[in-house]
Structures are given as C-alpha cells and as structure tokens.
Design a binder for this molecule. Structure first.
Ligand code: SF4
Length: 370
C-alpha cells in the first residue's frame, strides 16, 4: 500500500464532515496538548477554532522562537522558462494562453544568477513551467551546472519526474523539490487540469513518495488555496505530510500556503476563498501540529500580511520576486506566471524583519552535509 493509496482511503466528504463537526471543546483539548495528532489539527482549522486564533498565534510564536530562534531564511525564485504543456485554468502559463514564451539560454541564466547574487541571495528556487521535452532533463543537465555552484541551497519546482530523475537532480546539486498537489479533491482536480500530463491526479499524488525514495533532502508540499474547500484540502495536505514523515524520516519537509492570484487570461475565482484571518489560523495550526516543519510564505501575500504573520510562525520567505524568465536582469514582455502582491525591494523586506527583531538568514545549508 503506497502512501497515496492510504491517503485516498480517506473520503473527502467524511473528512469535511469531521472537521466541520469539531466543537469548542475539541479545540480546547487540542490547545491543552503539547503533542498534537491529526484530529487535533482538524479541530484547529475548523470554524470552531476561529475565536481562538489569538491564543493559537501566541502558542505558535512561542514554539517558533524556541525551535528556530529569531531566524527567517530568504530565497528568491528564478524562472527558467514559461513553457508549459499543461492546461491549468488558474495559471498564466497555461498552454492555451497565446503569449510570448521563452526559455532562458546559458548566457541569460548567467545574467540572472549574477543579478540575484548581487541582491544577496544564496538560496534559489528554480521554476520551469511543466514542459517535458523543452524544459526537461536534457535542459536541466545543461543549465544546472551553471546555476548550482553559485548557491548553497537550490530548490526546484518542476513537473513530476521519475525516482531516477530525482536522483539525478540531486547529483546535479538540487537539495529541495516542491510539488504541490493543488487540490486533493480528485474530481475538482480534473476540472482545473484540462490537458497535459498534469491532468493525471494519481501520478502527481505519488510524486512525494518518489522524492522520498530518491533521498531528496527537503520535500515541499501544499495545496493551492481556493481550488476547493481550503479546510479539507489542508486536512489532506497535513495527513499527507504526516504519512510521508513517518516513512521518509531522513528528508525534511516544508509546507507553503499559496492563494490563487490574478493572472494573464484572468484565471478563476476562488472557491470558498480563505480570508486573511483564516490563513493565520491555518499557519498557526500547522506550527502547533508540526513544530519543526518549515513554513513558507511567498510574495503572493501583501507586505502588510507578511510583516504581521512572518514573526508568528514563518521560517522561509521569498523577496523581490520576479515571476517571468529573465525578470531580474532583463525584464521583457514575457509573461508573468501570476501577479505578486509584496513588491518591496530586498532591503525593505529586511528592514521590516529587523524592526520585528528577526534575523534574516541567507545561508543555512552546506552542501557537504547532504
Ligand atoms: S500551474 Fe504549472 S503546470 Fe499548470 S499551467 Fe501553470 S506552470 Fe503549467
């Protein structure tokens, strides 16, 4: 029995009923524990916990400072390509969008790396779109040796690959792979992913297991908040995380909280949109449930939201992000994947962190320890 198969034995409607049936007493019981189980997590993300967000935030902040000190790590996305062979109804890179497409060549990548290093970053997230033939392993073999020597940590957000391909990426210097399930509701997943290999819900659901088997150092999980009920999707994400941790305990895990953003072509309106307060509730619930898991917040969120939430429970943030290939050294007409909300410079983000007595960390990984 694979982890994905175990996960699918949980019925969406049953999980929804369970979490919407949680009571204030369930929430209080969860808050009284020092080690929470998955049912406690459901209580903390339930409507019954909404009046307790301030208490949850206080406990989350205490746990975060105990486990991580005052540190918050910084990374930046580097978009290598906006080619994509999938049709996702919520994304500007979707195949049917008739926009300028590009894939960076070695010279352009070197310019991007220089621009990013000049901003101070030592941790980079490579984003490729999902195009197996034009932005697949042959391309990665060509470009990774140009990129990885310049950074202490290299993450990739890439189409789901085979276990063997992930082993190869690791050899080429990739430490972390992010693969978000988008939604764990299989039928809705089909409605949002209309064409291309991404339409295969189960191939994607099994991907974190292939990452674990390949020995990838850090595996990033998440759901795109707004595709289905955010509470139920988060319940499945947390369960997926827990099952993976039990089996692939040598890997570290991170969780991100992307909310649907406007994109070229319009995108879609969120289902049961998560409010700012509910997103704080969700982030705090994760910290109480998983005190050591890395929680990430990107520039999809506003500066106001990030300045208030990062000090509570966040470990890793992006800053000054460009979501178009070539965006740091030579911004062009090439399409952005989505509009960022926090558009501050790196210096402004750091100053905001320091005003909150947080220490920005540029470099928290030595490849030799991998
Ligand atoms: S979400 Fe990913 S796979 Fe879907 S269109 Fe955008 S880049 Fe392509």
């Amino acid at each position: 029995m694979t982890i994905a198969n175990t996960l699918m034995r949980y019925q969406w409607d049953d999980v929804t009923l369970s979490l919407y049936g949680k009571t204030r007493a369930d929430v209080q019981a969860a808050l009284a524990k020092s080690a929470l189980n998955w049912e406690d997590f459901l209580a903390l993300i339930s409507p019954a916990a909404e009046p307790c967000v301030a208490t949850m935030a206080q406990r989350a902040q205490t746990l975060t400072r105990h486990r991580f000190g005052n540190t918050v790590s910084l990374f930046v996305p580097l978009y290598l390509s906006n080619l994509c062979a999938n049709e996702c109804t919520y994304c500007g890179f979707t195949m049917s969008n008739r926009i300028k497409r590009t894939r960076l060549n070695l010279e352009e990548i070197q310019r991007e790396v220089q621009a990013i290093k000049a901003m101070g970053f030592d941790s980079v997230l490579l984003v490729t779109g999902e195009h197996e033939t034009k932005a697949g392993m042959a391309y990665f073999e060509e470009v990774l040796p140009v990129i990885t020597p310049h950074f202490s940590a290299v993450a990739m957000e890439v189409q789901p690959l085979s276990e063997q391909d992930y082993r190869q990426l690791k050899q080429w210097g990739v430490n972390t792979v992010l693969v978000y399930q988008e939604t764990y509701h299989a039928a809705r997943y089909g409605q949002y992913h209309l064409r291309g290999k991404k339409a295969d819900f189960h191939w994607r659901l099994h991907t974190p297991e292939r990452l674990g088997q390949a020995g990838i150092n850090k595996i990033g999980l998440g759901a795109l908040l707004g595709l289905s009920d955010w509470r139920t999707d988060s319940a499945f994400t947390a369960l997926h995380l827990q099952l993976l941790q039990q089996q692939y305990w040598q890997s570290r895990f991170s969780v991100a909280f992307p909310r649907i953003r406007p994109c070229t072509g319009g995108g879609i309106a969120p289902v049961n949109a998560i409010t700012d307060k509910q997103l704080v509730q969700l982030i705090c619930a994760y910290r109480l449930f998983q005190p050591e898991v890395e929680l990430t917040l990107s520039t999809r969120e506003s500066s106001h939201f990030r300045d208030n939430v990062v000090p509570i429970a966040i470990n890793t943030i992006s800053a000054a992000s460009q979501t178009q290939p070539g965006g740091y050294s030579a911004p062009t007409e090439a399409l952005e994947q989505f509009a960022t909300e926090d558009t501050r410079s790196v210096e402004d983000v750091i100053q905001a962190m320091q005003r909150q007595h947080l220490d920005p960390v540029w470099h928290d990984w030595l490849p030799g320890f991998g």
